[in-house]
Design a protein around this ligand. Structure first.
Ligand code: ADP
Length: 276
C-alpha cells in the first residue's frame, strides 16, 4: 500500500506500462513508415519512368524544330519530313499521357459502385470479330465453352480495353506463325477468357516482368510498333480492380497464352425472380 501512495513508484509503474505500449506503437509506426517509404519510392520511380518516356519524343521534336528553323523555309523536303515526324512523336506523347491517366483511373475503380452487368460471351465475340476484320493476314480461332448468358459485373468499355490490349499484343509480337486463338470457359464461380498467340513468346524472367509499368523486352522494337510498355499493366490493374486475375503462360519462341479470370455475376434476372 505504501508503494501505491508513493507518487514516484506509481509514476514509475505507469512509465513501464507506457513503455510497453510505446514499444507496440513503435512497431506499428515503423511498419507504417516502411510502407510509406515503399509508396513514396514507387511514386518516385513512376515519375522518373514517365520523365524518361517523355524525354525521347521531346528530344526528337526539338531536333526537328531545329531543322525546320534552319532549313524549313528553303527545303520543302525538310519541311515535310520534320512536320510528319514531329506529328508522330506528338501522337506518341498524347497516347502516353492518356494511358497514364488510364492507369491511375484503373487503380481507383470503386468496384462496389459498379452497377454495369456485361454479358461476357457477346462482348468477347464482338472483339474477336473486329480483330478478324482488321487483320485478315491472321488466322483466328475461337473455342467457346461458355453456357449462354454468363454475366460479369464489369464496365463494357473496360472489358473491351483489356481484350484489345491482349489481342493487339498477340498481333504485334507474332512472327511467322500468324495465328490467334481465343477461348471462353467457366467454372462455377468464374469466367475464363484466353487470348493465345504462337509468336515470339517470352522467357520466364521477362514473363514475370511484363505486367510492370513501362517494361518492354525490346524497347526499340516495341517503340517502333507504337508501344510504351503500359498496355499490360493497365490490363492487369483493370482486371484486379474487378476482383479478377490475369496470368501468363509463355515459352520463348513458341508463343504466349494470357488468361483472364473474373468472378461470375449471379444475380437472378427479373424473369427468374418471377418464376420462383
Ligand atoms: P507494349 O506497349 O510495349 O506492347 P505492354 O505492356 O502491352 O507494352 O507489353 C510489355 C512487353 O511485353 C512488350 O513490350 C513485349 O516485349 C512483351 N509482350 C507483351 N505481349 C506479348 C506477347 N503476346 N508475346 C510476346 N511478348 C509480349
Amino acid at each position: 500500500e505504501a508503494l501505491q501512495d508513493d507518487p514516484m513508484t506509481s509514476v514509475r509503474a505507469k512509465k513501464i506500462h507506457a513503455n510497453d505500449e510505446f514499444s507496440d506503437l513503435t512497431t506499428v509506426l515503423n511498419r507504417m513508415i516502411d510502407r510509406l517509404q515503399n509508396l513514396i519510392g514507387a511514386q518516385q520511380q513512376f515519375v522518373s519512368d514517365v520523365s524518361h518516356e517523355l524525354r525521347t519524343p521531346v528530344t526528337i521534336v526539338k531536333g526537328h524544330m531545329d531543322l525546320l528553323n534552319r532549313w524549313g523555309k528553303d527545303e520543302p523536303e525538310v519541311l515535310d519530313d520534320s512536320i510528319k515526324s514531329s506529328l508522330v512523336e506528338m501522337q506518341r506523347m498524347e497516347t502516353l499521357i492518356n494511358e497514364m491517366l488510364n492507369l491511375t483511373r484503373a487503380e481507383q475503380i470503386p468496384i462496389e459502385n459498379i452497377q454495369e452487368v456485361t454479358e461476357i460471351g457477346g462482348l468477347v465475340h464482338r472483339v474477336f470479330d473486329n480483330f478478324k476484320l482488321i487483320h485478315p493476314e491472321f488466322i483466328f480461332t475461337f473455342d467457346d465453352d461458355l453456357s449462354n448468358h454468363a454475366n460479369v459485373k464489369v464496365r463494357q468499355d473496360h472489358m473491351e480495353q483489356i481484350l484489345i490490349i491482349l489481342a493487339d499484343n498477340a498481333v504485334k509480337y507474332s512472327l511467322e506463325r500468324r495465328e490467334i486463338h481465343f477461348a471462353l470457359s467457366q467454372t462455377p464461380n468464374r469466367v475464363e477468357i484466353g487470348v493465345q498467340d504462337f509468336g515470339e513468346g517470352l522467357s520466364s524472367e521477362d514473363a514475370q516482368r511484363v505486367f510492370d509499368r513501362f517494361y518492354r523486352v525490346d524497347k526499340a522494337r516495341s517503340r517502333a510498333k507504337g508501344g510504351n510498355g503500359l498496355g499490360l499493366s493497365i490490363a492487369q490493374r483493370l482486371v484486379e480492380a474487378y476482383g479478377g486475375e490475369i496470368t501468363l503462360e509463355s515459352a520463348l519462341g513458341s508463343g504466349s497464352a494470357f488468361t483472364i479470370r473474373l468472378p461470375l455475376y449471379k444475380e437472378k434476372t427479373d424473369a427468374e425472380k418471377l418464376s420462383d
